[in-house]
Design a protein around this ligand. Structure first.
Ligand code: HEC
Ligand code: HEC
Ligand code: HEC
Ligand code: HEC
Length: 417
């Protein structure tokens, strides 16, 4: 288990040594901004993140304590059919992870009312937001998990409200209501915020009674715990790669650690079952067949190119590119538009890859993934020249998410032909 304890962790351990046995501490697990990255993201090994590991990590990290699992929304970033399926899958997985509350943000709202109803049901009725003036019964003002009162709010209440045909509540008004409700019922107010670190800082200054503000951020979570007065500010970063763990004991937060979801966390059994049902739905709904495509010149196929370029074909056959589709088949993702786009020849083209059965010559990352459509050249090579391939061709697939370690100088020699 890879846990990097940071910040105040030392204090928590020392405190525990000198105390008599008492009630279990609360262990907070913060997640959010998954943006649809349900499976480990970053195709370079080791792949990091994913909901199957997240579930077993939460089990391991909350042992010996009372878990409080806070999901700060941003389940998906798009609004296509696949995003609906992902949001539902994540909601179902979060229920298995024992989620305490889910901030219902503008990202979820954009998927519409139907998806809102299903994620409310699948998550076990855990949605919260204080940013709607007349919230539907599925979205609660808060969740009470004594001694905490957990609420959600967004700095974009207009977007949230208009997506649901509702009226917005300004963020400060929403937070004020949470704090007042907590004070009147003697609970500790916790805020999940669809908003940035700067927004969180401003709100922490304006509402010093808040014990914790969980905000949204991109990239890795901050290495250190941030405090403004007695308010803790934290975020789990994005793309489902990390969790933040905090311990609440004796009326205060005492430890902070960022946990990266590396392969040391095994795939959780029942979340894996939920995940394979998701992949089955992606296949059954034939989402790959409905990706947007435009017209290009026709392709010849890798075998045809290789019939004249024997040396290039030999190098290609020995490269990872030659089995890129098989890699997805092994992972159960061969019908997933999210993945296939970079593992075959051009699914953005009407003339490009369709399926192994229909277009076997365009399976895997073939010659024409890089050189472009080449049938005209294959027919009349002396007359029709192919354009030069630049390095930017590589980074259309070897981008920061899929191939963070990509470096042309190191990678090109492995496939030079
Ligand atoms: C159409 C998408 C795509 C393009 C364009 C592309 N690649 Fe790749 N590349 C992949 C995929 C997918 C894999 C992994 C295949 C697998 O392992 O199944 C890969 C793997 C590789 C590997 C093997 C990595 C390793 O771990 O050894 C090298 C080297 C490589 N690519 C170099 C390049 C270079 C250089 C370029 C540009 C000239 C390039 N690729 C362009 C998709 C692409
Ligand atoms: C943006 C393009 C892109 C997308 C989208 C993409 N991949 Fe990849 N994939 C790559 C590239 C590039 C590599 C090679 C990375 C490297 O070696 O640096 C790769 C490698 C892999 C590998 C081999 C890793 C290893 O070294 O063993 C697996 C497995 C994989 N991808 C699965 C997936 C899955 C599953 C999805 C969808 C959830 C996906 N990929 C989506 C580009 C992509
Ligand atoms: C991963 C991307 C990629 C793949 C796949 C790929 N190539 Fe290339 N190829 C390049 C790059 C980059 C060059 C360097 C010259 C350039 O920029 O055009 C090159 C060069 C060539 C050249 C020499 C061009 C010259 O000017 O001397 C030939 C011929 C060629 N490739 C044929 C093929 C054939 C045939 C295949 C399939 C069997 C293939 N390539 C697969 C990227 C690729
Ligand atoms: C019928 C044989 C034949 C086929 C099929 C063929 N090529 Fe070529 N290719 C050639 C010849 C011959 C040249 C050299 C042309 C010249 O020097 O005038 C060439 C040149 C190239 C070059 C260097 C740039 C250029 O256009 O001169 C690249 C890159 C290339 N081929 C890639 C491919 C790819 C990719 C395919 C498949 C789509 C392919 N070739 C199919 C015969 C072929």
């Amino acid at each position: 288990v890879k846990v990097w304890p940071l910040g105040l962790c030392g204090l928590g351990i020392v405190g525990a040594l000198f105390e008599t046995p008492r009630e279990k501490p609360y262990i907070f697990i913060l997640s959010g901004n998954t943006q649809g990255y349900l499976s480990p993201c970053g195709c370079t090994k080791p792949m990091v993140g994913g909901i199957r590991r997240r579930a077993s990590a939460i089990e391991a990290l909350t042992r010996g304590g009372v878990p409080i699992v806070l999901e700060n929304g941003g389940l998906v970033s798009g609004r296509a059919r696949q995003d609906e399926l992902k949001a539902e899958t994540l909601a179902e997985a979060l229920k298995l992870m024992g989620v305490t509350a889910i901030n219902f943000t503008s990202h979820e709202a954009r998927l519409g009312r139907g998806t809102m109803l299903s994620i409310a049901r699948l998550s076990g009725d855990r949605l919260v937001s204080g940013s709607l003036a007349a919230p539907p019964s599925e979205i609660h003002a808060y969740q009470v998990e004594a001694p905490f009162l957990i609420g959600g709010a967004t700095t974009h209440p207009d977007t949230l409200a208009s997506a649901l045909g509702n009226r917005p509540v300004a963020v400060d008004a929403a937070v004020r209501k949470l704090v007042e409700e907590a004070q009147s019922s003697d609970l500790v107010p916790i805020l999940m915020l669809e908003g940035s670190r700067d927004d969180a800082r401003r709100i922490a200054t304006a509402f010093p009674a808040l014990a914790l503000i969980q905000y949204q951020s991109s990239g890795d979570p901050p290495g250190d715990l941030e405090r403004i007065g007695t308010t803790i500010l934290a975020s789990a970063g994005d793309l489902g790669k990390h969790l933040v763990r905090l311990v609440y004991d004796q009326g205060r937060f005492s430890t902070y650690s960022v946990v990266t979801l590396t392969p040391e966390f095994h795939d959780h059994k029942s979340v894996s079952a939920v995940y394979s049902r998701y992949l089955d739905r992606v296949g059954a709904e034939k989402l790959l067949e409905s990706v947007p495509r435009f017209d290009t010149a026709p392709f010849a196929g890798t075998a045809k190119c290789g019939s004249c370029h024997a040396k290039a074909l030999k190098v290609w056959k020995a490269s990872e590119h030659a089995h890129a589709l098989a890699t997805l088949e092994k992972e159960g993702h061969a019908l997933d538009p999210d993945c296939v786009s970079c593992h075959v020849v051009r699914i953005d083209s009407k003339q490009g890859f369709r399926s192994r059965a229909l277009t076997p010559q365009l399976a895997n990352v073939g010659c024409e993934s890089c050189h472009g459509p080449g049938q005209a050249h294959a027919l009349r090579p002396k007359q029709v020249k192919l354009p030069k391939v630049g390095q930017s061709m590589c980074t259309s697939c070897h981008n920061g998410v899929a191939s963070p370690a990509f470096d042309f100088k190191a990678y090109w020699p492995k496939i030079a032909h």
